[in-house]
Design a protein around this ligand. Structure first.
Ligand SMILES: [Zn+2]
Ligand SMILES: [Zn+2]
Length: 348
């Protein structure tokens, strides 16, 4: 540990303000692990925090970054089973441990969680601390892209479990950003008879086709609902929103087949609202469900990434340096035509 006292970190100080600072390298306490960051993904959530759209559970000054690939650097007292140098991902959701959700092993629904990268210092730094139980060992073969996507894929796995996908069903994914494309990879590995995806950006439509979508639609070409209804008059069995856009959700719910399930997965604005026709839901016996954050699904996510079935290297399209992080966050929505997931390597 000699000579290692200061580190570089991007600190979120206030809305619209992220500054590169030198911080002391944290010292792991009992049950904690010091992690050396290998890469950290820039997420829409970071943009929502930066722009002030998301303040709940955020505690500035704080280092953002919850999509973390790292290596164990040092362990605190009482930590077994983790050795220095071990490659890993991090489960950022730390429940309070005492509320009804935590007591039911659903920390993603905790009423007062301390999320790494929201409230506790996250991965846009050279080092961070994590509780040992939140460190998820990952084979080296996963690489930076697999490590960085492990958390997001864990969220998708939660959604997949909740969906109750049935072999031979049809599905539609709305959006082909990081989340939409991880859904493409998941459903393309499932016995899905038809996988439709909608995405306005050409670069991302090509990715969706490459990752296994059978039909890729540009919603800007005309009325999405009309196009889907024309091609699939019986509707689709499963529809997953990965846009977080209430207008898209409102348009797409009526496209469900009888007995279909709509999953609200993308994070819509907290003041958004939509109109639904309850009679149509009744007539179809349709379900509208949601899923939020990973409820301890990172271990399965890590194993799935190790299997090589999720083409993580095609989704992480750029790795850049720590100094470029504030701009990467601020310009999150401006680079859709050439980037999907951008990762930050704080040692680059
Ligand atoms: Zn994220
Ligand atoms: Zn709790």
């Amino acid at each position: 540990m000699a000579g290692k006292s200061a580190m570089k970190a991007q600190v979120f100080r206030a809305i619209g303000r992220i500054e590169l600072q030198e911080l002391p390298v944290p010292v792991p306490g009992r049950g904690e692990v010091l992690l050396r960051v290998v890469g950290c993904g820039v997420c829409g959530t970071d943009y929502h925090i930066y722009s002030g759209e998301l303040t709940d559970g955020v505690n500035p000054p704080v280092v953002l970054g919850h999509e973390i690939a790292a290596r164990v650097e040092d362990v605190g007292a009482g930590v077994g089973g983790l050795k220095a140098g071990q490659f890993c991902a991090v489960d950022p959701v730390i429940g309070c441990g005492a509320c009804p959700a935590c007591r039911s092993a659903r920390p993603n629904l905790c009423s007062r969680p301390e999320v790494i990268g929201y409230k506790r210092n996250g991965g846009f730094a050279q080092y961070l601390l994590a509780p040992a139980g939140k460190v998820v060992p990952l084979d080296e073969s996963a690489g930076l892209s697999g490590g960085v996507l492990c958390e997001t894929l864990a969220c998708v796995i939660n959604g997949y479990d909740r969906l109750g996908f049935r072999a031979g069903a049809s599905a539609m994914i709305l959006g082909a950003g990081t989340v939409g494309l991880l859904w493409t990879a998941m459903l393309a590995s499932s016995p899905c008879r038809l996988l439709v995806q909608s995405e306005p950006v050409e670069f991302r439509r090509r990715k969706a086709a490459e990752l296994g979508a059978n039909v890729v639609i540009n919603p800007d070409d005309g009325d999405l609902a009309e196009a889907v209804r024309g091609a699939y008059p019986d509707g689709l069995d499963f529809i997953i929103d990965a846009t977080g856009n209430p207008t898209v959700v409102e348009q797409a719910i009526p496209l469900l087949a009888r007995g279909g399930t709509f999953l609200v997965f993308g994070v819509c604005p907290s003041d958004g609202s939509i109109r639904v026709n309850p009679f149509e839901l009744y007539r179809k016996e349709a379900r509208v469900i949601a899923s939020k954050m990973p409820p301890g699904t990172l271990d399965r996510s890590a194993r799935l990434i190790e299997s090589g079935r999720i083409p993580c290297g095609k989704i992480v399209t750029e790795t850049t340096q720590l100094s470029a992080m504030p701009e990467a966050v601020a310009a999150f929505n401006d680079r859709r035509d050439r980037q999907v997931k951008v990762a930050i390597d704080p040692w680059k």
